[in-house]
Design a binder for this molecule. Sequence first.
Ligand code: ADP
Length: 592
Amino acid sequence: MTISSLYKKITPFVKPYRKMVMATLFLAFIGSFAAQVNALILKYTVDSITDLMVAREPLSKGFYLLGIISIILLSKELIYSVVQFGQKFYGEKLRIFISRDISQTITEKILSYRMEFYTSSENDSGKLQTRIDLGISSLTRLVQNFFIDILPLFANAIVALGLMFYANFYVGLVSLCIIPIYFYISQLQATKLSGFRRRMRIYRETKNNGIISLIESITVIKSFVRESLEAKRHQDIQYEMTENQLATRKTSFMFESIKGFVEQIGVVIIIILTAYFVLNGTMTIGAIMFHIMLFNNVSAPIRQLHRIYDEVNDALIYSEGFFDILESDHQKEVSGSYKPKKITGLLEVKNIDFSYPNGTKALENVNFTIKPNQNTALVGLSGAGKSTIINLLDKFYQPTKGTILLDGIDLKEYDTNFLRQNIGLVLQKNHIFKGTISENILYGNPNATEIEVIEASKKAYIHEQISALPNGYQSEAHLLSGGQQQRIAIARLFLKNPPIIFLDEPTASLDAIATEQIKKSLDAIKKDRTVIIISHSISQIIDASNIIVLDKGKAVEVGTHESLYDLKGTYFKIFTAMANSLNIGKITQTID
Ligand code: ADP
Protein backbone atom coordinates (compact mmCIF):
# COMPACT_ATOMS: atom_id res chain seq x y z
CA MET A 1 0.00 0.00 0.00
CA THR A 2 1.31 3.44 -0.88
CA ILE A 3 0.58 6.71 0.89
CA SER A 4 -1.56 7.92 -1.99
CA SER A 5 -3.69 4.77 -2.04
CA LEU A 6 -4.05 4.97 1.73
CA TYR A 7 -5.15 8.58 1.33
CA LYS A 8 -7.72 7.56 -1.29
CA LYS A 9 -9.07 4.78 0.89
CA ILE A 10 -9.38 6.88 3.99
CA THR A 11 -10.93 9.91 2.27
CA PRO A 12 -14.49 8.50 2.21
CA PHE A 13 -14.34 8.20 6.00
CA VAL A 14 -13.14 11.79 6.46
CA LYS A 15 -15.49 13.32 3.88
CA PRO A 16 -18.63 13.44 6.06
CA TYR A 17 -16.70 15.64 8.50
CA ARG A 18 -15.50 18.17 5.93
CA LYS A 19 -16.68 21.10 8.05
CA MET A 20 -14.83 19.85 11.10
CA VAL A 21 -11.69 19.38 9.02
CA MET A 22 -12.00 22.94 7.71
CA ALA A 23 -12.45 24.25 11.25
CA THR A 24 -9.36 22.34 12.42
CA LEU A 25 -7.33 23.66 9.47
CA PHE A 26 -8.48 27.19 10.16
CA LEU A 27 -7.53 26.90 13.83
CA ALA A 28 -4.14 25.47 12.87
CA PHE A 29 -3.64 28.47 10.62
CA ILE A 30 -4.49 30.97 13.40
CA GLY A 31 -2.44 28.97 15.93
CA SER A 32 0.62 28.99 13.71
CA PHE A 33 0.66 32.79 13.75
CA ALA A 34 -0.04 33.03 17.46
CA ALA A 35 2.88 30.68 18.07
CA GLN A 36 5.31 33.26 16.68
CA VAL A 37 4.09 36.09 18.91
CA ASN A 38 6.49 35.26 21.76
CA ALA A 39 9.52 35.55 19.49
CA LEU A 40 8.31 38.85 18.05
CA ILE A 41 7.49 40.29 21.48
CA LEU A 42 10.79 39.20 22.94
CA LYS A 43 12.66 40.88 20.11
CA TYR A 44 10.59 44.02 20.56
CA THR A 45 11.13 44.00 24.36
CA VAL A 46 14.89 43.53 24.19
CA ASP A 47 15.26 46.20 21.51
CA SER A 48 12.97 48.67 23.27
CA ILE A 49 14.61 48.18 26.66
CA THR A 50 18.06 48.57 25.08
CA ASP A 51 16.88 51.81 23.49
CA LEU A 52 15.45 53.02 26.81
CA MET A 53 18.72 52.20 28.57
CA VAL A 54 20.83 53.91 25.94
CA ALA A 55 18.60 57.01 25.98
CA ARG A 56 18.49 56.93 29.81
CA GLU A 57 14.70 57.25 29.79
CA PRO A 58 12.84 57.29 33.17
CA LEU A 59 11.66 54.00 34.73
CA SER A 60 8.02 54.90 34.16
CA LYS A 61 8.49 54.51 30.41
CA GLY A 62 9.87 51.04 31.01
CA PHE A 63 6.84 50.13 33.11
CA TYR A 64 4.53 51.44 30.42
CA LEU A 65 6.34 49.27 27.89
CA LEU A 66 6.15 46.23 30.16
CA GLY A 67 2.41 46.85 30.72
CA ILE A 68 1.73 46.81 26.98
CA ILE A 69 3.89 43.74 26.47
CA SER A 70 2.15 41.89 29.29
CA ILE A 71 -1.27 42.69 27.85
CA ILE A 72 -0.22 41.51 24.41
CA LEU A 73 1.36 38.31 25.75
CA LEU A 74 -1.63 37.48 27.93
CA SER A 75 -4.11 38.19 25.13
CA LYS A 76 -2.09 36.07 22.77
CA GLU A 77 -2.03 33.25 25.33
CA LEU A 78 -5.77 33.54 25.73
CA ILE A 79 -6.31 33.29 22.00
CA TYR A 80 -3.75 30.51 21.73
CA SER A 81 -5.43 28.52 24.50
CA VAL A 82 -8.81 28.80 22.82
CA VAL A 83 -7.28 27.85 19.48
CA GLN A 84 -5.47 24.88 20.99
CA PHE A 85 -8.53 23.73 22.84
CA GLY A 86 -10.63 23.96 19.69
CA GLN A 87 -8.01 22.24 17.65
CA LYS A 88 -7.47 19.39 20.08
CA PHE A 89 -11.18 19.02 20.62
CA TYR A 90 -12.05 18.95 16.92
CA GLY A 91 -9.08 16.72 16.17
CA GLU A 92 -10.17 14.28 18.86
CA LYS A 93 -13.79 14.50 17.75
CA LEU A 94 -12.71 13.65 14.23
CA ARG A 95 -10.71 10.70 15.51
CA ILE A 96 -13.60 9.38 17.59
CA PHE A 97 -16.16 9.83 14.82
CA ILE A 98 -13.96 8.33 12.15
CA SER A 99 -13.01 5.42 14.37
CA ARG A 100 -16.69 4.78 15.10
CA ASP A 101 -17.57 4.90 11.39
CA ILE A 102 -14.72 2.62 10.36
CA SER A 103 -15.62 0.11 13.03
CA GLN A 104 -19.31 0.18 12.07
CA THR A 105 -18.53 -0.16 8.37
CA ILE A 106 -16.27 -3.17 8.86
CA THR A 107 -18.79 -4.88 11.15
CA GLU A 108 -21.60 -4.39 8.64
CA LYS A 109 -19.34 -5.54 5.81
CA ILE A 110 -18.28 -8.69 7.63
CA LEU A 111 -21.86 -9.57 8.50
CA SER A 112 -22.74 -9.36 4.82
CA TYR A 113 -20.09 -11.89 3.80
CA ARG A 114 -20.67 -15.52 2.93
CA MET A 115 -19.93 -18.50 5.16
CA GLU A 116 -16.88 -19.16 2.99
CA PHE A 117 -15.26 -16.01 4.36
CA TYR A 118 -15.54 -17.23 7.95
CA THR A 119 -14.40 -20.78 7.38
CA SER A 120 -11.34 -19.80 5.36
CA SER A 121 -8.24 -20.59 7.41
CA GLU A 122 -6.75 -17.12 6.98
CA ASN A 123 -9.84 -15.59 8.55
CA ASP A 124 -9.99 -17.49 11.80
CA SER A 125 -11.57 -15.34 14.45
CA GLY A 126 -8.37 -14.46 16.31
CA LYS A 127 -6.56 -13.35 13.18
CA LEU A 128 -9.55 -11.43 11.92
CA GLN A 129 -9.94 -9.63 15.22
CA THR A 130 -6.25 -8.68 15.35
CA ARG A 131 -6.27 -7.44 11.77
CA ILE A 132 -9.36 -5.35 12.33
CA ASP A 133 -8.21 -3.95 15.68
CA LEU A 134 -4.77 -3.04 14.40
CA GLY A 135 -6.24 -1.55 11.22
CA ILE A 136 -8.74 0.61 13.09
CA SER A 137 -6.27 1.77 15.72
CA SER A 138 -3.50 2.61 13.28
CA LEU A 139 -5.86 4.45 10.94
CA THR A 140 -7.46 6.47 13.70
CA ARG A 141 -4.08 7.25 15.21
CA LEU A 142 -3.01 8.52 11.81
CA VAL A 143 -6.04 10.76 11.54
CA GLN A 144 -5.58 12.00 15.08
CA ASN A 145 -1.88 12.68 14.67
CA PHE A 146 -2.41 14.44 11.43
CA PHE A 147 -4.96 16.85 12.82
CA ILE A 148 -3.67 17.26 16.37
CA ASP A 149 0.12 16.98 16.04
CA ILE A 150 1.44 17.15 12.53
CA LEU A 151 -0.70 19.85 11.02
CA PRO A 152 -0.27 22.55 13.71
CA LEU A 153 3.41 21.80 14.17
CA PHE A 154 4.17 21.99 10.48
CA ALA A 155 2.05 25.12 10.09
CA ASN A 156 4.10 26.67 12.92
CA ALA A 157 7.33 25.58 11.30
CA ILE A 158 6.44 27.04 7.90
CA VAL A 159 5.33 30.38 9.35
CA ALA A 160 8.45 30.53 11.59
CA LEU A 161 10.71 29.73 8.62
CA GLY A 162 8.96 32.41 6.55
CA LEU A 163 9.53 34.95 9.31
CA MET A 164 13.21 34.01 9.56
CA PHE A 165 13.70 34.44 5.83
CA TYR A 166 11.77 37.69 5.98
CA ALA A 167 14.01 39.00 8.79
CA ASN A 168 17.25 37.80 7.26
CA PHE A 169 17.83 35.59 4.24
CA TYR A 170 21.03 33.93 5.54
CA VAL A 171 19.62 32.97 8.93
CA GLY A 172 16.58 31.53 7.17
CA LEU A 173 18.91 29.57 4.93
CA VAL A 174 20.73 28.02 7.92
CA SER A 175 17.41 26.80 9.36
CA LEU A 176 16.38 25.43 6.02
CA CYS A 177 19.66 23.52 5.67
CA ILE A 178 19.23 21.82 9.04
CA ILE A 179 15.88 20.33 7.99
CA PRO A 180 17.17 17.73 5.46
CA ILE A 181 19.84 16.59 7.94
CA TYR A 182 17.13 16.10 10.52
CA PHE A 183 14.99 14.27 8.01
CA TYR A 184 17.81 11.93 7.21
CA ILE A 185 18.54 11.14 10.87
CA SER A 186 14.84 10.65 11.66
CA GLN A 187 14.42 8.27 8.79
CA LEU A 188 17.45 6.33 9.92
CA GLN A 189 16.01 6.20 13.43
CA ALA A 190 12.62 5.01 12.24
CA THR A 191 14.16 2.30 10.04
CA LYS A 192 16.36 1.08 12.87
CA LEU A 193 13.48 1.06 15.33
CA SER A 194 10.93 -0.57 13.04
CA GLY A 195 12.73 -3.94 13.25
CA PHE A 196 12.71 -3.78 17.05
CA ARG A 197 9.10 -2.72 17.10
CA ARG A 198 8.04 -5.56 14.87
CA ARG A 199 9.87 -8.06 17.08
CA MET A 200 8.35 -6.48 20.16
CA ARG A 201 4.89 -6.93 18.74
CA ILE A 202 5.54 -10.58 17.98
CA TYR A 203 6.85 -11.12 21.51
CA ARG A 204 3.77 -9.50 22.99
CA GLU A 205 1.45 -11.62 20.85
CA THR A 206 3.27 -14.86 21.69
CA LYS A 207 3.36 -13.91 25.33
CA ASN A 208 -0.37 -13.25 25.39
CA ASN A 209 -1.10 -16.40 23.44
CA GLY A 210 1.23 -18.15 25.82
CA ILE A 211 -0.82 -17.22 28.85
CA ILE A 212 -4.06 -18.13 27.08
CA SER A 213 -2.76 -21.51 25.98
CA LEU A 214 -1.32 -22.13 29.46
CA ILE A 215 -4.73 -21.58 31.01
CA GLU A 216 -6.41 -23.72 28.38
CA SER A 217 -3.97 -26.58 28.89
CA ILE A 218 -3.62 -26.29 32.65
CA THR A 219 -5.12 -29.73 33.36
CA VAL A 220 -2.68 -31.45 31.01
CA ILE A 221 0.28 -29.37 32.28
CA LYS A 222 -0.50 -30.28 35.85
CA SER A 223 -1.24 -33.93 35.20
CA PHE A 224 2.09 -34.34 33.36
CA VAL A 225 3.86 -32.15 35.94
CA ARG A 226 5.24 -29.85 33.26
CA GLU A 227 5.01 -26.62 35.25
CA SER A 228 8.77 -25.99 35.25
CA LEU A 229 9.03 -26.71 31.52
CA GLU A 230 6.29 -24.17 30.78
CA ALA A 231 7.86 -21.65 33.16
CA LYS A 232 11.21 -22.07 31.36
CA ARG A 233 9.54 -21.48 27.99
CA HIS A 234 7.96 -18.34 29.32
CA GLN A 235 11.26 -17.20 30.75
CA ASP A 236 13.01 -17.57 27.39
CA ILE A 237 10.49 -15.33 25.68
CA GLN A 238 10.66 -12.89 28.57
CA TYR A 239 14.48 -12.67 28.39
CA GLU A 240 14.51 -12.14 24.64
CA MET A 241 11.86 -9.50 25.07
CA THR A 242 13.87 -7.68 27.72
CA GLU A 243 16.93 -7.63 25.50
CA ASN A 244 14.92 -6.30 22.63
CA GLN A 245 13.35 -3.66 24.87
CA LEU A 246 16.76 -2.47 26.03
CA ALA A 247 18.10 -2.38 22.50
CA THR A 248 15.08 -0.31 21.44
CA ARG A 249 15.67 2.19 24.21
CA LYS A 250 19.39 2.33 23.49
CA THR A 251 18.85 3.09 19.80
CA SER A 252 16.14 5.58 20.62
CA PHE A 253 18.27 7.50 23.13
CA MET A 254 21.27 7.48 20.81
CA PHE A 255 19.28 9.05 17.99
CA GLU A 256 17.69 11.55 20.33
CA SER A 257 21.17 12.65 21.41
CA ILE A 258 22.37 12.95 17.80
CA LYS A 259 19.32 15.01 16.95
CA GLY A 260 19.81 17.19 20.00
CA PHE A 261 23.40 17.72 18.93
CA VAL A 262 22.46 18.67 15.36
CA GLU A 263 19.84 21.03 16.71
CA GLN A 264 22.43 22.65 18.96
CA ILE A 265 24.77 23.06 16.01
CA GLY A 266 21.91 24.92 14.33
CA VAL A 267 21.39 27.08 17.41
CA VAL A 268 25.12 27.84 17.64
CA ILE A 269 25.36 28.80 13.95
CA ILE A 270 22.32 31.03 14.33
CA ILE A 271 23.77 32.71 17.43
CA ILE A 272 27.09 33.33 15.66
CA LEU A 273 25.39 34.55 12.50
CA THR A 274 22.92 36.85 14.25
CA ALA A 275 25.65 38.15 16.60
CA TYR A 276 27.71 38.95 13.50
CA PHE A 277 24.79 40.84 11.96
CA VAL A 278 24.21 42.67 15.25
CA LEU A 279 27.83 43.68 15.40
CA ASN A 280 27.92 44.90 11.80
CA GLY A 281 24.76 46.87 12.47
CA THR A 282 22.32 45.03 10.16
CA MET A 283 20.33 43.61 13.09
CA THR A 284 19.27 44.77 16.51
CA ILE A 285 20.30 42.80 19.60
CA GLY A 286 16.76 41.45 20.06
CA ALA A 287 17.16 39.54 16.78
CA ILE A 288 19.39 36.95 18.47
CA MET A 289 16.60 35.68 20.75
CA PHE A 290 14.07 36.21 17.98
CA HIS A 291 15.87 33.86 15.61
CA ILE A 292 16.64 31.26 18.26
CA MET A 293 13.00 31.08 19.25
CA LEU A 294 11.88 30.86 15.65
CA PHE A 295 14.42 28.15 14.99
CA ASN A 296 12.92 26.25 17.88
CA ASN A 297 9.53 26.47 16.20
CA VAL A 298 11.04 25.16 12.97
CA SER A 299 12.80 22.23 14.62
CA ALA A 300 9.91 21.18 16.93
CA PRO A 301 7.91 19.26 14.31
CA ILE A 302 11.03 17.79 12.83
CA ARG A 303 11.92 16.40 16.23
CA GLN A 304 8.67 14.40 15.97
CA LEU A 305 9.42 13.20 12.46
CA HIS A 306 10.47 9.69 13.42
CA ARG A 307 7.22 9.18 15.31
CA ILE A 308 5.18 10.40 12.37
CA TYR A 309 7.25 8.22 10.07
CA ASP A 310 6.52 5.22 12.32
CA GLU A 311 2.85 5.88 12.46
CA VAL A 312 2.46 6.33 8.74
CA ASN A 313 4.39 3.09 8.30
CA ASP A 314 2.16 1.30 10.79
CA ALA A 315 -0.91 2.60 9.03
CA LEU A 316 0.49 1.45 5.68
CA ILE A 317 1.21 -2.04 7.02
CA TYR A 318 -1.91 -2.63 9.11
CA SER A 319 -4.42 -0.91 6.93
CA GLU A 320 -3.54 -3.26 4.09
CA GLY A 321 -4.97 -6.28 5.93
CA PHE A 322 -7.83 -4.15 7.13
CA PHE A 323 -8.82 -2.85 3.70
CA ASP A 324 -8.49 -6.36 2.29
CA ILE A 325 -11.28 -7.37 4.64
CA LEU A 326 -13.28 -4.22 4.02
CA GLU A 327 -13.05 -4.59 0.26
CA SER A 328 -13.87 -8.29 -0.04
CA ASP A 329 -17.06 -7.51 -1.88
CA HIS A 330 -16.73 -10.71 -3.88
CA GLN A 331 -17.42 -12.48 -0.57
CA LYS A 332 -20.86 -10.92 -0.25
CA GLU A 333 -23.85 -13.23 0.15
CA VAL A 334 -25.53 -14.00 -3.13
CA SER A 335 -29.27 -13.70 -3.29
CA GLY A 336 -32.09 -14.14 -5.76
CA SER A 337 -35.33 -12.27 -5.47
CA TYR A 338 -37.93 -15.03 -5.31
CA LYS A 339 -40.18 -14.81 -2.25
CA PRO A 340 -43.19 -17.09 -2.48
CA LYS A 341 -46.19 -16.55 -0.20
CA LYS A 342 -45.77 -19.96 1.36
CA ILE A 343 -43.09 -22.61 1.46
CA THR A 344 -44.27 -26.20 1.50
CA GLY A 345 -40.90 -27.84 1.89
CA LEU A 346 -40.47 -30.18 -1.08
CA LEU A 347 -36.69 -30.39 -1.49
CA GLU A 348 -35.15 -31.98 -4.58
CA VAL A 349 -31.41 -32.43 -4.66
CA LYS A 350 -30.23 -33.19 -8.21
CA ASN A 351 -26.76 -34.31 -9.28
CA ILE A 352 -25.03 -32.26 -6.63
CA ASP A 353 -21.26 -32.05 -6.47
CA PHE A 354 -19.64 -29.88 -3.84
CA SER A 355 -16.10 -29.00 -2.84
CA TYR A 356 -15.22 -26.64 0.00
CA PRO A 357 -13.16 -23.58 -0.97
CA ASN A 358 -10.03 -25.30 0.38
CA GLY A 359 -10.55 -28.05 -2.19
CA THR A 360 -12.02 -30.80 0.04
CA LYS A 361 -14.51 -32.69 -2.08
CA ALA A 362 -17.45 -33.28 0.25
CA LEU A 363 -20.28 -34.39 -2.07
CA GLU A 364 -20.39 -36.24 -5.35
CA ASN A 365 -23.40 -36.70 -7.59
CA VAL A 366 -25.90 -36.66 -4.74
CA ASN A 367 -29.58 -37.16 -5.60
CA PHE A 368 -32.56 -37.37 -3.31
CA THR A 369 -35.98 -35.90 -2.64
CA ILE A 370 -37.39 -34.80 0.67
CA LYS A 371 -41.14 -34.75 0.89
CA PRO A 372 -42.94 -31.91 2.68
CA ASN A 373 -44.05 -32.41 6.28
CA GLN A 374 -42.04 -35.58 6.71
CA ASN A 375 -39.10 -36.43 8.89
CA THR A 376 -36.04 -37.46 6.97
CA ALA A 377 -32.89 -38.74 8.64
CA LEU A 378 -29.42 -38.32 7.13
CA VAL A 379 -27.30 -41.26 8.18
CA GLY A 380 -23.63 -41.92 7.59
CA LEU A 381 -20.27 -42.17 9.22
CA SER A 382 -18.52 -39.05 10.39
CA GLY A 383 -17.21 -37.03 7.43
CA ALA A 384 -19.74 -38.59 5.01
CA GLY A 385 -21.10 -35.15 4.08
CA LYS A 386 -24.27 -34.87 6.18
CA SER A 387 -23.63 -31.40 7.57
CA THR A 388 -22.47 -30.29 4.15
CA ILE A 389 -25.91 -31.10 2.76
CA ILE A 390 -27.49 -28.89 5.41
CA ASN A 391 -24.98 -26.14 4.56
CA LEU A 392 -26.08 -26.28 0.94
CA LEU A 393 -29.80 -26.40 1.74
CA ASP A 394 -29.41 -23.33 3.95
CA LYS A 395 -27.51 -21.61 1.09
CA PHE A 396 -24.44 -21.17 3.28
CA TYR A 397 -22.54 -22.52 0.29
CA GLN A 398 -23.38 -22.89 -3.39
CA PRO A 399 -23.17 -26.36 -4.99
CA THR A 400 -20.25 -26.74 -7.38
CA LYS A 401 -22.47 -28.67 -9.78
CA GLY A 402 -26.15 -29.64 -9.97
CA THR A 403 -29.28 -28.00 -8.64
CA ILE A 404 -31.35 -27.94 -5.50
CA LEU A 405 -35.04 -27.20 -5.93
CA LEU A 406 -37.35 -26.04 -3.19
CA ASP A 407 -41.01 -26.37 -4.13
CA GLY A 408 -39.85 -26.74 -7.73
CA ILE A 409 -37.80 -23.53 -7.83
CA ASP A 410 -33.99 -23.41 -7.88
CA LEU A 411 -32.63 -22.39 -4.48
CA LYS A 412 -30.47 -19.79 -6.27
CA GLU A 413 -33.62 -17.91 -7.27
CA TYR A 414 -34.74 -17.49 -3.68
CA ASP A 415 -34.10 -14.36 -1.69
CA THR A 416 -31.48 -15.66 0.72
CA ASN A 417 -32.79 -13.87 3.80
CA PHE A 418 -36.32 -14.97 3.05
CA LEU A 419 -35.18 -18.56 2.63
CA ARG A 420 -33.34 -18.55 5.95
CA GLN A 421 -36.32 -17.02 7.68
CA ASN A 422 -38.19 -20.12 6.61
CA ILE A 423 -35.59 -22.56 7.85
CA GLY A 424 -34.85 -23.41 11.45
CA LEU A 425 -31.51 -24.83 12.47
CA VAL A 426 -30.81 -26.76 15.65
CA LEU A 427 -27.17 -27.66 16.07
CA GLN A 428 -25.25 -29.94 18.35
CA LYS A 429 -24.35 -26.99 20.53
CA ASN A 430 -26.71 -24.15 19.92
CA HIS A 431 -25.36 -20.74 20.44
CA ILE A 432 -26.63 -19.15 23.58
CA PHE A 433 -25.86 -15.44 23.53
CA LYS A 434 -24.67 -13.59 26.57
CA GLY A 435 -27.82 -12.25 28.15
CA THR A 436 -31.03 -13.36 29.74
CA ILE A 437 -33.13 -16.40 28.86
CA SER A 438 -35.84 -14.08 27.61
CA GLU A 439 -33.42 -12.24 25.28
CA ASN A 440 -32.15 -15.55 23.95
CA ILE A 441 -35.61 -16.82 23.13
CA LEU A 442 -36.61 -13.47 21.62
CA TYR A 443 -33.75 -13.85 19.13
CA GLY A 444 -36.20 -16.10 17.23
CA ASN A 445 -38.55 -13.16 16.80
CA PRO A 446 -37.59 -9.86 18.41
CA ASN A 447 -41.17 -8.57 18.08
CA ALA A 448 -42.75 -11.39 20.07
CA THR A 449 -44.67 -10.56 23.23
CA GLU A 450 -43.93 -11.94 26.67
CA ILE A 451 -46.92 -14.25 26.37
CA GLU A 452 -45.58 -15.62 23.10
CA VAL A 453 -42.19 -16.23 24.72
CA ILE A 454 -43.84 -18.20 27.51
CA GLU A 455 -45.96 -20.08 24.97
CA ALA A 456 -42.83 -21.05 23.02
CA SER A 457 -41.08 -22.17 26.20
CA LYS A 458 -44.06 -24.31 27.13
CA LYS A 459 -43.94 -25.98 23.72
CA ALA A 460 -40.24 -26.63 24.22
CA TYR A 461 -40.99 -28.13 27.66
CA ILE A 462 -38.74 -25.67 29.45
CA HIS A 463 -41.22 -23.16 30.91
CA GLU A 464 -41.57 -24.87 34.28
CA GLN A 465 -37.84 -25.04 34.81
CA ILE A 466 -37.39 -21.39 33.88
CA SER A 467 -40.20 -20.34 36.22
CA ALA A 468 -38.54 -22.21 39.08
CA LEU A 469 -35.37 -20.10 38.73
CA PRO A 470 -35.07 -17.19 41.20
CA ASN A 471 -34.99 -14.64 38.37
CA GLY A 472 -37.22 -16.61 36.00
CA TYR A 473 -36.91 -15.45 32.39
CA GLN A 474 -34.43 -12.78 33.44
CA SER A 475 -31.82 -15.36 34.55
CA GLU A 476 -28.49 -15.56 32.72
CA ALA A 477 -28.94 -18.12 29.93
CA HIS A 478 -25.28 -19.12 30.12
CA LEU A 479 -25.79 -20.63 33.54
CA LEU A 480 -28.26 -23.25 32.28
CA SER A 481 -27.26 -26.86 31.68
CA GLY A 482 -26.56 -28.16 28.18
CA GLY A 483 -29.96 -29.82 27.92
CA GLN A 484 -31.73 -26.68 29.12
CA GLN A 485 -29.81 -24.52 26.68
CA GLN A 486 -30.82 -26.86 23.89
CA ARG A 487 -34.47 -26.44 24.86
CA ILE A 488 -34.01 -22.63 24.94
CA ALA A 489 -32.76 -22.94 21.38
CA ILE A 490 -35.84 -24.99 20.49
CA ALA A 491 -38.11 -22.40 22.15
CA ARG A 492 -36.35 -19.79 20.02
CA LEU A 493 -37.30 -21.84 16.95
CA PHE A 494 -40.93 -22.07 18.06
CA LEU A 495 -40.99 -18.26 18.00
CA LYS A 496 -39.42 -18.22 14.56
CA ASN A 497 -41.88 -20.92 13.49
CA PRO A 498 -40.29 -21.94 10.16
CA PRO A 499 -41.88 -24.59 7.92
CA ILE A 500 -38.53 -26.36 7.45
CA ILE A 501 -36.26 -27.55 10.25
CA PHE A 502 -32.75 -28.98 10.15
CA LEU A 503 -31.52 -30.77 13.23
CA ASP A 504 -27.79 -31.43 13.15
CA GLU A 505 -27.01 -33.92 15.94
CA PRO A 506 -29.22 -32.06 18.41
CA THR A 507 -28.52 -34.47 21.26
CA ALA A 508 -24.91 -35.40 20.55
CA SER A 509 -23.42 -33.27 23.30
CA LEU A 510 -26.01 -34.27 25.91
CA ASP A 511 -26.03 -37.11 28.36
CA ALA A 512 -28.73 -39.80 28.32
CA ILE A 513 -30.98 -38.06 30.85
CA ALA A 514 -30.80 -34.69 29.11
CA THR A 515 -31.45 -36.43 25.77
CA GLU A 516 -34.53 -38.05 27.26
CA GLN A 517 -35.61 -34.66 28.60
CA ILE A 518 -35.39 -32.86 25.31
CA LYS A 519 -37.01 -35.68 23.33
CA LYS A 520 -40.47 -34.25 23.98
CA SER A 521 -39.47 -30.78 22.81
CA LEU A 522 -37.80 -32.20 19.70
CA ASP A 523 -40.91 -34.23 18.90
CA ALA A 524 -42.99 -31.08 19.34
CA ILE A 525 -40.88 -28.93 17.02
CA LYS A 526 -40.77 -31.71 14.38
CA LYS A 527 -44.54 -31.89 14.19
CA ASP A 528 -46.15 -30.68 10.92
CA ARG A 529 -42.88 -29.47 9.44
CA THR A 530 -40.40 -30.65 6.86
CA VAL A 531 -37.59 -31.97 8.99
CA ILE A 532 -34.12 -33.24 8.22
CA ILE A 533 -32.34 -34.78 11.14
CA ILE A 534 -28.73 -35.84 11.39
CA SER A 535 -28.29 -38.11 14.34
CA HIS A 536 -26.32 -40.96 15.78
CA SER A 537 -29.21 -41.90 18.02
CA ILE A 538 -31.00 -45.05 16.90
CA SER A 539 -34.35 -43.94 18.24
CA GLN A 540 -34.23 -40.67 16.30
CA ILE A 541 -33.23 -42.48 13.11
CA ILE A 542 -35.88 -45.17 13.20
CA ASP A 543 -38.50 -42.52 14.01
CA ALA A 544 -37.88 -40.90 10.61
CA SER A 545 -40.25 -41.71 7.77
CA ASN A 546 -37.45 -41.59 5.24
CA ILE A 547 -33.73 -42.30 5.57
CA ILE A 548 -30.92 -41.13 3.27
CA VAL A 549 -27.64 -42.95 3.71
CA LEU A 550 -24.45 -41.13 2.80
CA ASP A 551 -21.08 -42.72 2.29
CA LYS A 552 -17.97 -40.73 1.38
CA GLY A 553 -19.98 -37.88 -0.15
CA LYS A 554 -22.40 -40.08 -2.05
CA ALA A 555 -26.06 -40.83 -1.32
CA VAL A 556 -25.86 -44.62 -1.45
CA GLU A 557 -29.25 -45.71 -0.10
CA VAL A 558 -32.66 -44.10 0.30
CA GLY A 559 -35.75 -45.62 1.90
CA THR A 560 -37.56 -46.47 5.11
CA HIS A 561 -35.84 -48.10 8.07
CA GLU A 562 -37.31 -51.50 7.26
CA SER A 563 -36.53 -51.45 3.56
CA LEU A 564 -32.95 -50.30 4.15
CA TYR A 565 -32.43 -52.87 6.86
CA ASP A 566 -33.57 -55.60 4.49
CA LEU A 567 -31.19 -54.29 1.84
CA LYS A 568 -28.28 -55.42 4.04
CA GLY A 569 -26.07 -52.65 2.69
CA THR A 570 -24.42 -49.61 4.29
CA TYR A 571 -27.42 -48.74 6.46
CA PHE A 572 -27.59 -52.29 7.73
CA LYS A 573 -23.92 -52.09 8.75
CA ILE A 574 -24.26 -48.74 10.49
CA PHE A 575 -27.47 -49.79 12.20
CA THR A 576 -26.08 -53.07 13.50
CA ALA A 577 -22.94 -51.34 14.72
CA MET A 578 -25.08 -48.81 16.61
CA ALA A 579 -27.30 -51.52 18.04
CA ASN A 580 -24.32 -53.64 19.09
CA SER A 581 -22.68 -50.68 20.80
CA LEU A 582 -25.81 -50.39 22.93
CA ASN A 583 -25.31 -53.96 24.18
CA ILE A 584 -29.02 -54.61 23.73
CA GLY A 585 -28.81 -58.23 24.91
CA LYS A 586 -27.60 -57.20 28.34
CA ILE A 587 -30.03 -54.29 28.48
CA THR A 588 -33.07 -56.45 27.77
CA GLN A 589 -31.82 -59.07 30.22
CA THR A 590 -31.56 -56.41 32.94
CA ILE A 591 -34.94 -54.89 32.17
CA ASP A 592 -36.62 -58.33 32.10
P1 ADP B 1 -20.51 -35.18 8.44
O1 ADP B 1 -21.49 -34.13 8.80
O2 ADP B 1 -21.11 -36.32 7.71
O3 ADP B 1 -19.68 -35.64 9.60
P2 ADP B 1 -19.28 -33.04 6.94
O4 ADP B 1 -20.34 -32.65 5.98
O5 ADP B 1 -19.07 -32.20 8.13
O6 ADP B 1 -19.49 -34.56 7.38
O7 ADP B 1 -17.88 -33.11 6.18
C1 ADP B 1 -17.72 -33.70 4.90
C2 ADP B 1 -16.27 -33.44 4.46
O8 ADP B 1 -16.07 -32.05 4.26
C3 ADP B 1 -15.25 -33.88 5.47
O9 ADP B 1 -14.15 -34.41 4.76
C4 ADP B 1 -14.86 -32.61 6.15
O10 ADP B 1 -13.52 -32.65 6.59
C5 ADP B 1 -15.01 -31.57 5.06
N1 ADP B 1 -15.41 -30.25 5.57
C6 ADP B 1 -16.43 -29.95 6.39
N2 ADP B 1 -16.52 -28.62 6.63
C7 ADP B 1 -15.50 -28.06 5.94
C8 ADP B 1 -15.04 -26.71 5.75
N3 ADP B 1 -15.64 -25.66 6.30
N4 ADP B 1 -13.96 -26.51 4.97
C9 ADP B 1 -13.34 -27.56 4.39
N5 ADP B 1 -13.72 -28.83 4.50
C10 ADP B 1 -14.78 -29.09 5.27
